[in-house]
Ligand binder design. Structure first.
Ligand code: CO
Length: 265
């Protein structure tokens, strides 16, 4: 799998409350080529998987299993701990096929880190979309609000997650509360934010001195607009565990190794 990881990098460990963004593909696998992430644990944060092409099959220690396909979102709150597997759909593993998607890690505030694990899985048709009056801007509202349309996903702290599609010549202004950290990730095409021109795979971090961001495009663009209220808490991270202190990380490892996260199947 070709993965583009805007963060964490050596320069950007996290953008509070976001811990990681991975773009999987877009890639067309040959037969037997597609690999996924077999059984692994998570504690203390949320994984948000958004599929654009292909499908991912998941299974976890809470007894959930299913497949998420184009336009579907899985918002998984690991809380106190889950073990799950995330694999390309069996047909893609066997016969090959196209895969494209995103995974965002959203940190949980200390009061929620040990909450009961929770799944919200929304199929494409259940995710609200909004279109601008001139028809040139279409927004899939995964979390937050855009063009007067509210998301149905429930987030633990205020989060905005928008998939914005701009037709050629579109202009768009999105309100973002001043208290948010926010960024854009360009999925395809080119968009201008003021005098900054952004291309595919660019991540633009917005200043926190305004309450909106404006963008234009000449030939069209597709981007993710993501933001949230920073937790402003200490971050202790070790692989699949994200807690507030090193002691809590140690405890997560002990709990995992002694089987407290349960098992799949
Ligand atoms: Co995972």
């Amino acid at each position: 799998m070709i993965v583009t990881r805007p963060f964490p990098t050596a320069r950007l460990d996290h953008l509070d409350p976001f811990l990681l963004l991975d773009r999987m593909g877009p890639v067309t696998h040959g037969p037997g080529e597609a690999k996924g992430a077999p059984d692994h644990p998570h504690r203390g944060f949320e994984t948000v998987t958004y599929i654009l092409d292909g499908a991912i099959e998941h299974e976890d220690s809470q007894g959930n299993h299913g497949s998420i396909g184009p336009g579907d979102v899985q918002w998984m709150t690991a809380g106190s701990g889950v073990i799950h597997s995330e694999m390309p759909a069996e047909g893609i593993r066997r016969d090959g096929g196209r895969l494209h998607g995103f995974q965002l890690w959203v940190n949980l505030p200390s009061r929620d880190k040990m909450m009961k694990p929770r799944y919200q899985e929304l199929h494409a048709a259940e995710i609200p979309t909004a279109t601008s009056a001139d028809g040139k801007v279409t927004v899939t509202v995964i979390a937050g609000e855009s063009l007067g349309t509210r998301a149905t996903i429930d987030t633990r702290t205020p989060i905005m997650y928008l998939h914005v599609r701009l037709a050629a010549g579109a202009r768009f202004t999105q309100a973002i509360p001043e208290t948010y950290n926010a960024f854009a990730f360009i999925v395809s095409g080119q968009a201008a934010f003021g005098d900054r021109l952004a291309r595919e795979n660019d991540m633009i971090i917005f200043d926190r001195d305004g309450d909106e961001v404006a963008m234009t495009t000449e030939n069209g663009a597709e981007l993710l607009l993501i933001g949230g209220v920073p937790l402003s808490e200490p971050v202790a991270r070790y692989g699949p565990f994200v807690m507030n202190t090193v002691g809590e990380i140690r405890q997560a490892m002990i709990d995992y190794q002694s089987g407290h996260f349960g098992e799949i199947g």
